[in-house]
Design a protein around this ligand. Structure first.
Ligand code: GLA
Length: 516
């Protein structure tokens, strides 16, 4: 009897649960379709959604997600969308929460790089979410614009501020670029990244948003400091955080940027993922289109391609008019990220040439996530690679150590050395790696990098540098570029104890004749 009762109860429970589920499924809104998330005075993001029962799938870079990114339970929507950039990382997710009510309702978004923001989720058409592909120009080699003969140097807002900055912040950075001595050390470009643009006016002209009310006045101010200024857009309709991009307005925007007086454009693929294919042909076509538009303005504008190294950009970036091109996904202020971005460049070290540079992303020096030794490795490695040196910290609050790294003019001279010979690996021994690069004159830069977690002794033989040392009575001299002192050249080899994640960077040269 008790057994029978148990079965009856279970059956009743199962039927109730089933009924409840069906009822939820019947009563529930179906979110399948296209949605726009917009933030007041901020960007917009589009989501393609497929709902199966209560589970929500979202379209990502490689099509619809295979596992659900969230759920709709009753009227509560919760989505967790992983970052499409870089290796999978459970910490890099964007979370949307909303109480669903019809086709337009309030929602919040929390992404790894921002606080919770309140916005609106609104149903839109497919065309609004993913506008049509535009015709791309026939591929051709654009003439070299003659700019960036050495790797560009400057400051960019993104690493430290993301889109939480304004006109006044940028002006202050220009002030400090001068007062700190950075301008004299070679830093030239103040680059306004994501967060300046707003909607288009009735003539289709792009405009600054409330935080950037007068982009021309900002350029004039930066120029008055003896600096140059950069701006940021995308071949897609939106830049990555959703602010206005240049899709369909490429020539118009290039003209606007030139009229405002901008000297540098960072052009970020972002929402172009939803419009073109990330194939070499589409990428090159989309970048060439803006390259042509910039050339047509007649203003010298450094062209920085940002498409994370897709389609082996280093093989065609110069043809599309690029002066520098990102070769990696975004850097983060961690040893692992910096190490990955930096050392991966050795495989493509033959591509940088005067006017056309591999860009493993901007500097994180001074942002607080790495040790002094790690930041010295960062700066030394970027210098050995001839990478652009674009500071990404808050220049107003630099410690003495940060200043000593960013303004080490001897290390900067390695980065800016005009000799177009690539960096090479001299030796790798476990986690110890020695890089060498020929410099102007009879000189080389030698970087002894310790990628390991413990201090390491690293050595090389002087004659492995092939400087013809001691030949013809000439002397070899060496200088430690972080200690700023001469290193004795004695015996057959040089040995240093290099701290964990640290570097010893030398400039070795064969000096003048010594007459006996
Ligand atoms: C991409 C770029 C970054 C930065 C952000 C802005 O992630 O790679 O350098 O410009 O977009 O959203």
């Amino acid at each position: 009897m008790r057994m029978k009762r148990f079965y009856a109860d279970s059956l009743f429970l199962a039927l109730t649960l089933l009924f409840a589920q069906v009822a939820v499924a019947w009563g529930q809104t179906d979110l399948t379709g296209y949605w726009k998330f917009s933030v007041p005075n901020g960007g917009v993001n589009f989501l393609e959604v497929k709902q199966t029962g209560g589970q929500i799938f979202v379209s990502g870079r490689s099509g619809m997600s295979q596992t659900p990114y969230g759920a709709l339970q009753g009227d509560r929507l919760h989505l967790e969308i992983p970052s499409p950039f870089g290796p999978p990382d459970p910490k890099r997710v964007t979370v949307y929460d909303a109480v669903v009510k019809g086709d337009k309702f309030s929602a919040t978004r929390k992404s790894p790089d921002e606080d919770v923001v309140a916005g609106t989720l609104e149903r839109v058409t497919r065309e609004e979410a993913f506008p049509a592909r535009l015709p791309l120009p026939e591929l051709r080699d654009l003439p070299d614009n003659g700019l960036a003969r050495t790797p560009p140097m400057g400051w960019n807002s993104w690493n430290r501020f993301h889109d939480k900055f304004d006109d006044a912040t940028v002006r202050r950075m220009a002030d400090v670029m001068v007062s700190s001595g950075m301008r004299d050390a070679g830093y030239t470009y103040i680059i306004v990244d994501e967060g300046w643009s707003s909607y288009r006016d009735k003539n289709g002209n792009i405009t600054g948003n409330a935080r950037f009310p007068d982009m021309k006045a900002l350029a004039d101010y930066v120029h008055s400091k003896g600096l140059k200024i950069g701006i940021y857009s995308s071949p897609g309709p939106q830049v990555c955080g959703g602010y206005q991009g240049s899709y369909g307005h490429e020539e118009q925007d290039a003209k606007t940027f030139a009229e405002w007086g901008y000297d540098y454009l960072k052009y970020d693929w972002c929402s172009a993922f939803g419009i073109y294919q990330p194939t070499p042909a589409d990428l090159e076509g989309a970048y060439q289109k803006m390259g042509e538009a910039l050339a047509k303005t007649g203003r010298p504008i450094v062209y920085s391609l940002c498409e994370y190294g897709l389609g082996d950009v280093w093989t065609w970036g110069a043809k599309a008019g690029g002066n520098l091109w990102r070769t990696t996904f975004d850097i983060a202020d961690t040893w692992a990220s910096m190490e990955r971005n930096g050392f991966s460049q050795l495989d493509i070290a033959q591509y940088p040439q005067p006017g056309h540079w591999n860009d493993p992303d901007m500097l994180e020096v001074g942002n607080g996530g790495m040790t002094g030794d790690e930041y010295r490795t960062h700066m030394s490695l970027w210098a050995m690679l001839r990478a652009p040196l674009i500071a990404g910290n808050d220049l107003r609050v630099m410690s003495d150590e940060t200043k000593s790294i960013l303004m080490n003019t001897e290390v900067i001279a390695i980065d800016q050395d005009p000799t177009a010979k690539p960096v090479q690996i001299l030796s790798v021994d476990g986690k110890s790696e020695i890089l060498v690069r020929p410099l102007e004159g009879n000189a080389v830069a030698v970087g002894l990098f310790n990628r390991g977690d413990d201090p390491a002794q690293i050595s090389f033989r002087w004659d492995s540098l092939h400087l013809g040392a001691y030949l013809g009575g000439r002397t070899m001299t060496a200088r430690d570029l972080w200690r700023h002192e001469a290193v004795p050249v004695a015996g057959d080899s040089f040995t240093a104890t290099v701290p964990r994640h640290g570097v010893v960077l030398l400039r070795v040269e064969v000096g003048s004749f010594r007459f006996r």
